[in-house]
Ligand binder design. Structure first.
Ligand code: ATP
Length: 224
């Protein structure tokens, strides 16, 4: 609750987190800081629908995410998708959390630009803006957002999202859902695939992810 008595919006960051790295953690931290979010909940996917099976199972990726957020009370972890049977569809998670937080609480789904550009391929994606705001961060390797952005979106995405785009984070408190908010974060060209490749080929992944996560990966011989 802030001084005005309005509860700060909640941020949600879903991902495969195979494994979690500093790109994810800075995305969460910078979204919280620049958009004025109260806390961020990280939601590891159990069975992600849009990619080949993760290399580590859901329980292992959940354990890595828990290690990564240790000591930071503003970062929470939701095990709902790992615990659930079947595909991890974001719309189902948003329905569950919307029921938990009630119709008035502002909820912000945080996506990297690459994930946002694929939004129109997600299960029941047109319902997502009705359940949460969407905050989109730049990511190296994906064309930056900004004025040119709507034009490069797939036409379907443009139809649903273009007139919802806002730039003032204060707008996220004026409604529980429905806006699209691009924001800038420190560009970090870190990906889970890069980390998996480094480990598989016997190279160091140190300083791309927290030591506590790397220690767990090493002791459990993951990604070899
Ligand atoms: P992979 O390399 O296996 O595809 P990834 O590094 O993209 O994985 P995901 O778990 O798929 O990680 O990403 C979860 C979310 O975090 C997505 O919205 C993605 O766009 C975002 N994200 C991941 N890494 C970064 C980064 N370096 N900068 C900005 N956003 C990122």
């Amino acid at each position: 609750m802030n001084r005005s008595g309005i509860e700060a919006p909640i941020g949600l960051l879903g991902g495969t987190f195979d494994p979690i790295h500093f790109g994810h953690l800075r995305l969460a931290e910078e979204a919280r800081d620049s958009l004025g979010l109260g806390s961020i909940t990280l939601i590891p996917a159990g069975d992600p629908p849009h990619r080949s099976s993760p290399q580590s199972d859901g329980r292992t990726r959940l354990a890595l995410v828990r290690r990564a957020v240790e000591g930071n009370a503003k970062l929470q972890v939701d095990a709902g998708e790992v615990d659930a049977q079947g595909k991890s569809y974001t719309v189902l998670t948003l329905e569950r959390l919307r029921a938990e937080y009630g119709p008035d609480r502002s909820i912000v789904l945080i996506l990297g630009a690459d994930a946002f550009k694929a939004l129109h391929t997600w299960h029941r994606w047109r319902e997502i803006p009705g359940l949460a705001h969407i905050a989109v961060a730049n990511r190296p390797g994906t064309a930056p957002h900004g004025r040119r952005w709507p034009g490069v979106l797939a036409p379907e995405l443009d139809q649903v999202c273009a007139d919802r785009i806002r730039s003032d984070p204060a707008d996220l408190r004026t409604a529980p859902a429905g806006l699209v908010m691009p924001f800038d974060m420190t560009p970090l060209a870190i990906s889970a695939s890069l980390i998996r490749d480094l480990i598989r080929s016997g190279h160091s992944a140190r300083y791309l992810l927290p030591d506590s996560v790397l220690d767990y990966i090493d002791s459990n011989h993951l990604y070899r």
